[in-house]
Design a protein around this ligand. Structure first.
Ligand code: CA
Length: 465
């Protein structure tokens, strides 16, 4: 079996048609879902890119990987001897290729990146000597009226980056000029080469949208009328005790950084996010079609995932960096050719830290015994097999959350409240903190014990880590 990963940046699970969204058009992933297992309750272990990827690409949780923020360099912080998924695959004889972002930044992960046989549309680590790009694209013709200042350490660059990130709407680019489409075209070319040369491959493909800026080619923006976008659930007025008050008053990271949007801007930005998702959907559809066309679908495992979620105005929040459901839940589809559960939805809890153990199980990789997830391959056979009773994630080494079927429970060493408890059955959007409600004292104690006991205490009885 080969392995194809598609990693989608900053992807809210609830925007996909197959996840229940009636407005956002995602026909390609909806079709793929009918041939794969769609995980409806998949949770990342950290709230932004670098720590989440460092976790799901090593099989270690953030406090063990040593990476719990975007500023921490994976190469310097991983426990000695830690390997990442492409290294395990390389050691097992796979030809390894990556298109676009994989780890957070090249400088953070030079060691594992240097093991790739092929790196396309991404910075190269020092000393890497792989093939030249398989495709050479014509330059983008549009004149850039707001180019990035050259000095990345300068104030001008920081201001430019904020200005750039805060945009939404028409990208001004033709569809074939867009980086994400070029990544898809490169993936299609590589799959053709792998098929011709009969390579045993691992290929990871990046999609930069729907990360901010929420810009997409005009035909995708035109699909969504902001007037027909409902306002987000859990408006700030409904939030009784805000866990992240700075965001409501001073603005958000990545978008609406200067303050809260108007109702009109809110609808426009959600519409733009949907446009970005529809564009990504089409790109992934092209890659999956190529897999079929080259006769690789029957011997390639396909995993499509978001690297973490994204707030779309719920709680007055945008972007990630919270421990609420919009950030911690992410979309995940896995297709193992011939798996009995293909076409079904799995509602059992899985964690992204389980991805390395699961791929190890499916592909016969030699993995160490210190990994902090378990293979969920049994769920690809039977989706309703009783599984984990809770999932766990951190915002940093200071703040962490456990979520079971009924409650989410958060502990903050730094923040406006020390503890938060939400009854997800009554309050799925987590607006009313019940931590100090006497009627919930037992639930609070139980959830505190669950968080303290940690992930090993939440495993299914017959699953060994
Ligand atoms: Ca991300």
């Amino acid at each position: 079996m080969n392995l194809l990963f598609v990693i989608i940046e900053d992807c809210n699970a609830g925007v996909w048609g197959c996840y229940g969204n009636a407005i956002c058009q995602t026909p390609h992933m909806d079709r793929f879902a009918s041939t794969a297992v769609r995980f409806d309750s998949a949770y990342v272990q950290a709230v932004c890119c670098n720590p989440s990827r460092s976790s799901f690409l090593t099989g270690l949780r953030p406090l063990t990987s040593g990476v719990w923020s975007n500023g921490q360099e994976m190469d310097r912080r991983l426990p000695p001897g830690t390997l990442t998924l492409p290294e395990y695959l390389k050691n097992a004889g796979f030809y390894t290729a990556v298109i676009g972002k994989f780890f957070h930044q090249v400088e953070y992960a030079e060691k594992p990146l240097s093991t790739f046989d092929r790196i396309e549309m991404y910075g190269k680590p020092p000393g890497w000597t792989g093939p030249d790009p398989i495709l050479k694209f014509p330059p983008v013709t549009r004149a850039n009226r707001d180019p990035a200042p050259p000095d990345k350490a300068s104030r001008e660059y920081r201001l430019w980056r904020a200005r750039h990130s805060d945009r939404y709407g028409d990208s001004g680019l033709g569809i074939e000029e867009e980086g994400d489409r070029r990544i898809a075209r490169t993936a299609i070319a590589l799959l053709g080469e792998f098929a011709r040369e009969k390579r045993h491959f691992f290929l990871s493909v990046h999609q930069s949208r729907p990360h901010t800026p929420l810009i997409a080619p005009k035909p995708f923006i035109d699909r969504y009328d902001p007037d027909r976008i409902p306002m987000p659930p859990a408006p700030p007025a409904a939030v009784q005790e805000c866990l992240y008050p700075k965001r409501v008053t001073n603005g958000n990271p990545d978008i609406f950084m200067q303050g809260q949007p108007t109702a009109r801007q809110t609808r426009e930005a959600i519409a733009a996010y949907y446009a970005c998702v529809s564009f990504v959907d089409e790109n992934v559809g092209l890659i999956l079609d190529a897999l079929d066309r080259h006769g690789l679908a029957d011997n390639t495992i396909v995993a499509v995932l978001g690297d973490h979620g994204f707030h779309l105005g719920d709680h007055g929040f945008w972007s990630k960096y919270s421990m609420l459901e919009a950030t911690r839940r992410a979309p995940l589809w896995i297709r193992v050719p011939g798996a009995p559960a293909n076409g079904k939805t799995c509602r059992e809890f899985v964690e992204f830290v389980d991805l390395v153990p699961t791929m190890g199980h499916l592909l016969g990789l030699k993995l160490p015994s210190n990994l902090e997830g378990i293979s969920f391959a049994p769920l690809l056979v039977q989706v309703d097999r009783p599984w984990k009773k809770a999932v766990f994630m951190v915002e940093s080494d200071l703040n962490q959350v456990a979520r079971n079927r009924r409650f989410s429970y958060m502990e903050f060493k730094k923040g406006p409240v020390p503890v938060a408890l939400f009854d997800l059955a009554q309050d799925p959007w987590e607006t009313a903190n019940l931590a100090n409600d006497p009627a919930h004292a037992r639930a609070r104690a139980d959830m505190a014990a669950l968080l303290a006991a940690g992930w090993r205490a939440a495993l299914p009885p017959d699953a060994a880590p």
